[in-house]
Design a protein around this ligand. Sequence first.
Ligand code: FAD
Length: 266
Amino acid sequence: MFTVSLVQQKVLSDSTIELKFQRDDGEPVVFVPGQFFRFVFTDVDGEFERSYSLCNLTPDTTGILLLVISKVDGGRATRLLFNAECGLKASVTGPFGRLVLPEKLPKRLFLVATSVGIAPYLPMLGALSGPLCRDEIEVFLLLGVRDPSEFIYATELVDFQHRYPRFHLRVCYSRRLPDSPRSFEGSGYVQDYLPAVMTNQDLVMLCGNPMMVDACFDKLKQAGLSSRQVIREKYVFAKQTTVKPPSALSAEQKRLIEEKMQKYRS
Ligand SMILES: Cc1cc2nc3c(=O)[nH]c(=O)nc-3n(C[C@H](O)[C@H](O)[C@H](O)COP(=O)(O)OP(=O)(O)OC[C@H]3O[C@@H](n4cnc5c(N)ncnc54)[C@H](O)[C@@H]3O)c2cc1C
């Protein structure tokens, strides 16, 4: 566990912000591209925990945790973070998660996301640039958003596509297309753009909206993919809004206390 302070916030769109946190102890943030951290924030009602993927574009050496966060109506973290000022503190644990690149890369890698589900893929791009240059892999990034204002990190992604011909970007707009859509932009949902036939040389990562993850998974199974060729991370909503109080005791701790109480009583 370490503590962090907010050092910068940036509005990316009406519904998305980017927050830069800095470790208070100055240590680097050790994580594998794709992993997430758990943040405990404090608001007027006390402490509560939320998970966020790290979207640092480059490996961290300076203790920076970059988050991209989407607005949820009535959301507790949304209320705090969309109005946050520099200096906001959080306690952080992690890294967690298995949405990471395998040691042996597949021939074709599909990175599929909705909205801020793009976050874990951004740190992966650096790791993929070498294999892309050497023609060892073909990468397809499918991003689903509602309208053009939500196409975040557009400059970085389009630039990456220009630099690496084996990197294919596809942005799917579910509500409104740009006025002049580019060749990689289309209407519909990401699942509409998954290949109908997949091979055992493929790996698919799915991240973001749980409904999208399930819809894609069903389609991939129909296309012949086995479950171990799909890595899923659902941005499920927090069930528990408060952090367990430290008094939440394990069975063993309860047994020891009971033993001591017995001795005390006798
Ligand atoms: C592994 C993991 C990684 C995650 N990474 C990110 C990330 O990088 N960026 C990010 O923005 N979020 C991420 N999330 C989601 C994040 O943890 C919070 O759930 C999210 O920010 C909403 O929190 P909130 O407190 O604002 O809303 P809450 O107070 O938790 O929810 C308020 C209400 O809105 C509903 N709700 C919550 N979220 C949504 C939603 N997305 N769509 C529709 N209704 C919703 C809830 O059911 C509830 O009724 C991740 C979640 C997981 C599990």
